[in-house]
Ligand binder design. Sequence first.
Ligand SMILES: Nc1ncnc2c1ncn2[C@@H]1O[C@H](COP(=O)(O)OP(=O)(O)O)[C@@H](O)[C@H]1O
Ligand code: SF4
Ligand SMILES: [Mg+2]
Length: 448
Amino acid sequence: MSNPDLLDGPAPTGVPGSGPLLDVVDVRTQFRSPRGLVRAVDGVSFTLERGKCLGIVGESGSGKSVLSRSIMGLLPSTAERSGTVVFEGKDISGLDADGYRELWGTEMAMVFQDPMTALNPVMKVGKQITESLRFHLDMDRSEAKETAVALLKAVRIPEAESRFSSYPHEMSGGMRQRVVIAIALACGPKLLFADEPTTALDVTVQAQILDLLAEQQRERYMAMILVTHDLGVVASRAQEIAVMYAGRIVERAPTATLFADVRMPYTEALLSAIPKLSDPSHTRLVAIGGRPPDLVDPPKGCPFSPRCPYARERCHEETPTLQETPGSPGHLFACFYPVGSPETLEIKDRLEAQRLLANRPPSLAPRVTEPPQATPPPLHPTAPPPTAPPSNMLPPSAPPSNTLPPSAPPPTAPPPNVLPPTAPPPNVLPPTAPPPYAPPTDGSTDGR
Ligand SMILES: Nc1ncnc2c1ncn2[C@@H]1O[C@H](COP(=O)(O)OP(=O)(O)O)[C@@H](O)[C@H]1O
Ligand code: SF4
Ligand SMILES: [Mg+2]
């Protein structure tokens, strides 16, 4: 008999409002390295309610994975962690490896980026699911198999019964990630970490996997921490978003609030990097200039200051702390001059104008003025006329190459694509006027 709780999701063990499932307080994780201490997570605090999804977003290297691993107790021995992690009202920060092992699978589980490395390549996928069911839930062989097949169906693996006996290499990348999700869900965890769960997949299956995760999270009343570098991924799947930069949370808000009222310039920059349906085709995405900071030797002041378009003197001296947006409970940001503040308005207008200019349709782009094609103005009245004609015009005496041989009477009118030598092209100034922007550089037309 399969366990119906595992298939339909465990009954809620608490109700919203009875205390958060997870309470993370001032977590700091550093790695010892030959260059010094890498401050991968630098004072992160947040809470997560049961059944809710928190999106953690930031560029590569911002500390998202290390934060998840710090909470789950999956850090290497070179790591030093401080701060408190309270799970279901119990402080788990001081647990040893055995203590964490008891939590993994049944209380919290993780879906990693790359299903190929998460799965054992020489073990059939069914066995990889039943192992955890038998170990954690003490199921017998047939009950574990029945539950595993039901889990494979729940994550939409076609022909689940026969796929039970497949090896990972016999499946596509999307199928493998579905198996990884089935393993993570097997023991009905209350908290699921999904760390860039679709990065290794091609774009057509990414949305399916993300939707599957969101659906399972809702149906099982499971809390989820969805880690991604892409704000677009969490926009419709997370109730709350925390934006990380240089190991810190720099903005946190309910999802709708964040998209409606971005305060942190870094979040604004991440948003600009998402393609919008309303943008005309071929709109260029705005890349964030510069590079993420060196976590061994971060810049003084606000860590985003070397890349921030709104940075002022204070930003290079002091480090902003998270503060709540007045009148918007739950919306926190760490910035001295948040988006929309008077200090940023003029700069924002200028940036927007630059963006529009860069994305204007070709028909509105100014015509590029060709260098003067007619005889240029002699700088010295006695200088001989230039001997070589401009390269895109034929000399008056030579017939155009596409006309009849010399015995034929010379054409009286130049071909339509060549202007007569005496008439200036319409988009240049007449020969007596100086060139509009720069003297010719080939030396043949300056008369000297
Ligand atoms: N085992 C480790 N030893 C030293 N530095 C590490 C280790 N793991 C991660 N880091 C560093 O910690 C920082 C944050 O890494 P990570 O959390 O993996 O970033 P993200 O998941 O946001 O891309 C990076 O600078 C990374 O190089
Ligand atoms: S504190 Fe200054 S540098 Fe940092 S994000 Fe705000 S405006 Fe930019
Ligand atoms: Mg990562």
